[in-house]
Design a protein around this ligand. Sequence first.
Ligand code: SF4
Length: 423
Amino acid sequence: MTLLAEAKKGLTDDIRNVAESEGIANERLRRNIASGRAVILKNATHDVTAIGIGQTLRAKVNANIGTSIDYIEKSEELAKAQIALKFGADTVMDLSTGGDLDNIRREILREIQAPIGTVPIYQAAMRRDAVVSMTTDDMFDTVRKHARDGVDFMTIHAGVNLKSLEVLKKSKRLMGVVSRGGAFTIAWMTHNNEDNPFYAEYDYLLELAQEYDFVISLGDGMRSGCLHDASDRPTFMEYIQIGELTQRAKESGVQTLVEGPGHVPLNEIEANVRAMKSLTGGAPLYLLGPLVTDIAPGYDHITGAIGGALAGMYGADFLCMTTPSEHLGLPTQEDIKQGAIVTRIAAHVADLARGMPRAHQLDKEMAQSRARLDWERQFQLSVDPELARAKFNCRSRMTDACSMCGDLCAIKIAKAALNDSKP
Ligand code: SF4
C-alpha cells in the first residue's frame, strides 16, 4: 500500500517521524498527506530519512547536480551534492546526461543522505540516436529502472500533451519551450504525430508509482523562459492539465508535486502560485526560481531567490535553487554553494512570512545574541557560519564589538545608557 493510501487510513512511522522533525501534530500532517496537500519523499526501497513537503511544513530547497555530455566527472557531482546539503539543501536531483548514467545515479543514491530526484526522460532519450526515436517502452522502462534503484521523486512532463501543444503553437512566445524535458516531449509528439506517452498512458505511470511509492513531480514543460512569455496561455493550459493529472494520481493513492515557472515578473508571482494551488487542489508546489528579471546572467541565483521568497510567501513549498551559472554553463562547486545559500535564505524568508514558529525562533535567537554581542552564537545561527566568522575576524578590534563602530558601538552605548540588562 502506498503512503498516501495508508495516510487515508491512519498514521505511519514516516508520518510520525516527519511530523516530529517539523514540530507539528501527527494528525495534522496525516490529513494534509491524505488530501494531497503535502507529500513525503521516500521510495519504498531507498534507505533514507523521509522528508515532507507541503502545507504547514518548512519550505524545502532542492539542488540540481549532474554530469553533462561535455563534462563528465562523477566525483565532482557527488562533491557538489555534499556542498549543497551542507549549505541548506534538503533534496538533490541528479540531472546527469553524460557518462554511465545508471552508475552515476546508483552511486548518488548510495552516497548522498537525502531524498533523490531524477528526470527519467533525459536517460530514455539517450537510448536512441535521436530524441524522437525513443519508444514508449524506453520511457516507461527508464522510469521503472529509476524507481527500482530507489529514486524518491521523478519529474514527468505529463502535462505536455496535444492540447497544450496546440495552444503553444498559437502563442506569440519569444522563447518557445525552454524546459529540456518539455522540448524532448514536443519534438517527440510532433515527429511521431502522437500524444505524449506519459499523458496517454498515465495510468501505467501511476501503477509504477504505486509499486515503488515514488512521488511524481508533474513537470512544467511549458514554463516561461523569459518575462515576456510568463503567465501566457500555454503556461495556464499546462496548469489545467497538471491539475487533472494531480486529481487522478490522488484517486490512485499516488503522491504528486507540481512544478511551476520559470521566469515571472514580481507582480505576477502571486497570481501564478494561487492559480496552481487552486487548479491542483493545493498540491505541493515546486518552483525553479521564479527568476524575476532576464538581465542578470551571473547573478540568477539572486533573481531566483527574490522570486522564490515571494512565491514561498504565497504558498510555494519547494524551491529549486538556481546558481550563478544559470543560462551560462554547468555550475561549479562554488556556484552550488552560492545557489544553496541564497535559496535557503529565500525559503527561510518565506517561512517567516508564513508565520512558522521555528523560523521566527531562529531570528529571535539571532537578535538576542546580537544584543549580547555573543559572536559565537551569531556564527552558529548564521546561514553561512564560515563566512560570518571570516568577516568578523578580517579586521583587528579593540573592543568586544565588531570593527564597524568599535568603541562607538550603538548596542553597547544604548545598553549602558538605559542600564538595560536584557535580554
Ligand atoms: S560595533 Fe556597530 S555594527 Fe558592530 S555590533 Fe556594535 S553597533 Fe553593530
